[in-house]
Design a protein. Structure first.
Length: 198
């Protein structure tokens, strides 16, 4: 089983959502199903039943996803990101997955070394350009960076960049992650760290 590194704040948000879905949404949906069956036992042509059943399936799938993530979670102290036994100048990239306050999932790849300079590559499969602009502005503020004015369509997502002329440190990324968590960003997961040894 692959572990899923995440911040304590990200873990807490997932726990709260799981509790809400199990203790609140699940009983509410079961009650809606029972009421719909009582109103019309012809389930194939009962729109209330069909709607509640669809919501229940979505809720149960999300419960399974949350249980899986929490079971694989490796809660990390973002301040320990600086404890990696690798110098900052040996790091190629740090990947941070996150969920925006609007509920959209993002990957934020912090590229340390690139011919054009360090940058953050933001990508989103939901293709929500408005939310992408909001998230990009938050990263610009976090790193005093420069936003790329274009949002690119790629095969399965959209992306944009934030140039960070001053470069990154692990400590700065940890601070930015903590700040994002305070601003309502959730599921902050450091998914990958790529580095070279020479």
């Amino acid at each position: 089983m692959n572990t899923l590194p995440m911040t304590a704040a990200g873990y807490s948000v997932l726990e709260r959502e799981l509790k809400r879905r199990i203790q609140g949404d699940r009983p509410r949906l079961i009650e809606r199903l029972q009421e719909a069956i009582a109103d019309d036992s012809n389930l194939a042509e009962n729109p209330e039943y069909q709607g509640a059943k669809s919501e229940q399936e979505i809720n149960e799938a999300r419960i399974a996803e949350l249980e899986d993530k929490l079971a694989r979670a490796e809660v990390i102290d973002v301040s320990k990101l600086s404890d990696l036994d690798v110098a900052d100048n040996m790091i190629d990239s740090i990947w941070l997955a996150l969920r925006s306050p609007a509920g959209r999932l993002y990957n934020a790849v912090h590229v340390f070394t690139h011919p054009k300079g360090p940058y953050v590559l933001l990508s989103n499969k939901d293709r929500d350009r408005q939310d992408m602009s909001v998230v990009q502005a938050r990263f610009v503020a976090a790193y005093q960076g420069t936003a790329d004015p274009d949002i690119s369509d790629r095969s399965d997502d959209i992306s944009t960049t934030v140039e960070v002329a001053g470069g990154f440190t692990r400590a700065a990324i940890a601070t930015a992650a903590e700040s994002l968590a305070k601003d309502g960003y959730t599921e902050l997961i450091f998914s990958q760290v790529h580095y070279h040894t020479q």
